[in-house]
Design a protein around this ligand. Structure first.
Ligand code: FES
Ligand SMILES: [Fe+2]
Length: 376
């Protein structure tokens, strides 16, 4: 799992006036709204004695720890109150919690889990159709007991559709089946491919007739470590664009937030049908991906056999290598091995500006340019 990307932490509508605990990248965070309704994301571990901040209370713009009542500001994680020191006391400088940049967009709360300054941060994947006329949008969430990389690679793999998705009209028994040569195109922070191929009509009666001559254009790509796009152009005019925000809970679990935009049959009455169809397709993927062995992508490419239809997957892995070299890959094995005796936090941007953090930065698999080197 990789720091220094934006991750979808929760549906906006699920964060009300109570703090909630969200696990991402193997770490716990507290999400809460301040007195103005602005969402904040802090590391969940109180620096005093390690209590779970998400089990505390929101007090104005702060989160109050349930153990001894210390209060930390949502905006920057600084400690504003230590009740046992009495009124008008000043908290020690080390009494601070990592606070992560947070943004609400597309009905989701995103948190930037890393220490990059604003100008260097990879952006949130754009959902271009959001709020545009003639597009209808639906959002769905799901939970998979699977590794996020396995899930992303499934989205980037055009050869599975024929065999995994009978609900899309595929049966896995066409004699003329092949995957055309893929022309992989890099975009900012990712890669992807669009291809044209012959495809059967959709079996659902309300979806019939969308495809012209049975030709359709489709493709998929990634944006960063955990976001994907899948474009299905059933005809020159009927397009479905799906955006997947796959947030790793830990190495073996993920939450998927899927936003689907369509410019055909935009009547809200169609939303349930579209959601039902997408949930069925996602479920078909889930059962295959949850059974993959090993659960994580093998460390060495020689432990798999790759063919030309795996071109996008291969390119995606090159990106991951690059991000690992920058020092963004968390050493999850080390975090797990030490979990009982040591807490870590994903470094927040403030660690590049100030020293004196009680909780150590998460270890990474490569030294790169992490907080430790920048601030020390
Ligand atoms: S553990 Fe949080 S205030 Fe003591
Ligand atoms: Fe699939």
């Amino acid at each position: 799992m990789y720091m220094n990307f934006w991750y979808a932490a929760e549906l906006s509508e699920n964060l009300t006036d109570r703090p909630i605990k969200v696990r991402m990248l193997g770490f716990d965070f507290v999400l809460f709204r301040d007195s103005s309704g602005v969402a904040h994301c802090l590391s969940n571990i109180c620096v005093h004695r390690g209590a779970s901040l998400a089990h505390g209370k929101v007090k104005g713009d702060c989160i109050e720890c349930p153990y001894h009542g210390w209060q930390f500001k949502g905006e920057d994680g600084t400690c504003t109150k230590i009740p046992s020191l009495g009124p008008d006391s000043k908290a020690p400088a080390r009494a601070k919690i990592d606070a992560y940049p947070t943004e609400e967009r597309y009905g989701l709360i995103f948190a930037f889990l890393g220490d990059l300054p604003e100008a260097e941060r990879p952006p949130i994947m754009a959902v271009e159709e959001w709020g545009k006329e003639n597009w209808a949008i639906t959002t769905q969430g799901s939970v998979w007991k699977a590794n996020y990389q396995r899930s992303i690679e499934n989205t980037l793999d055009p050869a599975h559709t024929e065999f995994v998705h009978p609900s899309m009209g595929y049966q896995g028994d066409r004699d003329d089946y092949d995957v055309p040569d893929l022309e992989v195109v890099d975009k900012d922070w990712g890669t992807g491919v669009m291809t044209t191929f012959v495809s059967p009509d959709l079996p659902h009666e309300k979806m019939k007739g969308l495809k012209g001559e049975g030709q359709m254009e489709a493709g998929a790509g990634n944006h960063g470590t955990s976001a994907t796009w899948t474009f299905l152009h059933f005809s020159p005019h009927a397009w479905a664009h799906q955006y997947g925000f796959n947030t790793p809970v830990d190495e073996k679990n993920l939450r998927r937030f899927a936003i689907q935009a369509r410019n055909f049959r935009t009547d809200p009455d169609m939303n349930d049908i579209i959601n039902e169809r997408n949930a069925a397709v996602s479920e078909q993927d889930r059962v295959v991906i949850e059974r993959l062995e090993p659960a994580l992508t093998p460390l060495s490419p020689t432990e798999e056999v790759m063919v030309k239809s795996d071109a996008v997957v291969v390119r995606f892995r090159e990106y991951l290598k690059e991000w690992e070299k920058r020092g963004w890959r968390i050493d999850s094995a080390k975090v797990e091995a030490l979990r009982e005796e040591k807490a870590f936090a994903i470094p927040s941007p403030a660690r590049r500006r100030s020293k004196g953090w009680a909780i150590e930065s998460a270890p990474t698999t490569s030294p790169g340019l992490t907080t430790q080197t920048a601030a020390e």
